[in-house]
Design a protein around this ligand. Structure first.
Ligand code: G3P
Ligand code: MG
Length: 239
């Protein structure tokens, strides 16, 4: 699977509707996004826990209401021509995608653990997108929490450092379909062990064609890229 990481984020402002639309236009299989709770409980799509890097706002995302967040500019930091793009809500992204691709919802903030699992799964259920969303998080308690409130939820177990076996064991325990290791952790032994355990291997973040080729040769199941056009081209060339 070809997954656009934060949308087509190398060329467009990450985690905006524009970045997701551009990725969908390339024909990706999935998009990845980062989701957090606003101060008043809205599910918003932004990577950092603070606003400074990707918006013209200041301070923690969780300290602002949706009414405040929706007024911010999330495009200008990337380029003047993206002025006016805002922070989307998860519902806006699900509406945009409308079943055209899988959506990987990464639960980003430690602040949200224990609070985001119910609303995020409820929204996905209301949208009828249960089969089309995969939840993941570096916070294992958040993944556990999603499983405890939503037996139907598709889960991915993110892993940042070795040993990945620990993440694989947890993935099996929680019925997650895949492990989601960072690129540098992935070798033939990891892929073999995951597949033996019945788990997919989704690798982030893969931006160089040489790495895409190496990982495809290892038999990984999905790659996240900030350059989804490269991923689409790479997969097409080897079919
Ligand atoms: O989910 C894969 C990847 O997005 C994890 O890292 O920091 O880009 O959210 P990050
Ligand atoms: Mg992410």
């Amino acid at each position: 699977m070809r997954i656009a990481h934060r949308g087509a984020s190398a060329d467009f402002p990450e985690n905006t509707l524009r970045a997701f639309e551009e990725a969908l236009a390339l024909g990706v299989d999935a998009i990845e996004l980062d989701c957090q709770l606003s101060a008043d409980g809205e599910l918003v799509v932004i990577h950092d826990e603070t606003l400074e890097r990707t918006t013209d706002g200041l301070g923690p995302v969780c300290a602002h209401t949706w009414a405040e967040l929706r007024r911010l500019d999330a495009g200008l930091w990337k380029n003047e021509r993206f002025r006016g793009l805002g922070i989307p809500r998860l519902i806006d992204v699900l509406d945009l995608v409308a079943g055209r691709a899988l959506v990987n919802v990464e639960l980003k903030s430690a602040e949200d653990v224990g609070r985001i699992e119910r609303p995020v799964t409820a929204l996905v259920e209301e949208c009828g997108a249960m089969e089309r969303v995969v939840f993941s998080s570096f916070h294992t308690e958040a993944v556990r929490g999603v499983r405890s409130v939503a037996g139907w939820a598709r889960l991915g177990m993110l892993c940042q450092r070795a040993p990945v076996s620990a993440a694989m064991a947890l993935a099996e325990e929680l019925g997650a379909g895949c492990v989601v290791p960072r690129r540098k952790l992935v070798d033939a032994a990891l892929v073999e062990e995951a597949h033996r355990r019945g788990l997919g291997v989704w690798v982030w973040t893969v931006n160089q064609p040489g790495d895409m080729r190496r990982l495809r040769a290892l038999g990984v199941d999905a790659m996240f890229s900030d350059h989804p056009a490269r991923l689409v081209a790479e997969v097409a060339s080897s079919r």
